[in-house]
Design a protein around this ligand. Sequence first.
Ligand code: ADP
Ligand code: ZN
Length: 214
Amino acid sequence: MRIVLLGPPGVGKGTLSGRLRDSFHLAHISTGDMLREEIKKGSALGLEIKALIDKGALVSDELVTKLVKQKVEHELDLSKGIMFDGFPRTETQAEDLDKILQAVKAPLDFVLNMDADYEILFKRLTGRRLCRKCGALYNVTFMPSQKEGICDKCGGELYQRSDDNEKTIGSRMEVYRQSVLPIIEHYSKQNKLKRVNANVEVDDIFKAVAPLFK
Ligand code: ADP
Ligand code: ZN
C-alpha cells in the first residue's frame, strides 16, 4: 500500500501517520522531517532551508524531489507500504512523484485528503509540542503530556517548532491554499482521491480510515 497524506498544516498528518505506521507497518516519508534533519546538520544548505521554513515559504521543488527520490530509490524496502506526508505540495512535485514511483513500478494506491476548519488547525499548530529525544507529538489543548513539558514515552524535553508561531502559520496556510487545488485535480483525474473529515479526534480519524488499509 502506497499513499499520500494531503492536507493543510495542522490537520494531523503527522499524528495520523504515526498511528498508521504502527498499525499497518508503513514507512513514513515526511519531507518536513527530512528538511529539519538537514537543518540540524548545520550545513549551508540547512541554513537556507531554515530561512524559508521560518518564513512559511516552500523549499524548492528540485530539492525536495531529490530528497524523496534518494529515499525511494536507495533507502526504502519497496515490498512494504509507504506513506508520503507533506509531499507533494505542488503540481510539479505531484508529477515528479508519479515519475519516481513509475520507475520502480510502485504506483500510489490512493491519496487521502484530510480537511478541517481553520480555527481547529490554528489551535493544533499553536499548541503543538514535540519531544526532542523521540519526536513524539503532543498538543497542550488536545493531547497534553501527563507532566507539562516532559514526554510521556521517554522523559525527553518537549519543545515548540520555530515555524509554529502565529505569523508563520498565517503564511503556511496561505501557501497551502494557493497550491492545493492543482494537486487535488491531479489525483482526482487519476481517480485516486479519498477524503476524511479531520475536525474530529485522531482516534476517530484513524477509525474512519483504517478500513482503507485492510
Ligand atoms: P506542516 O504540514 O505542519 O506545515 P511540514 O513539517 O510538512 O509541516 O513542513 C514544514 C515546512 O517545510 C513547510 O512550511 C515548508 O517550508 C517545508 N516543506 C515541507 N515539505 C515540503 C515540500 N514538499 N515542498 C516544499 N517545502 C516543503
Ligand atoms: Zn520522547
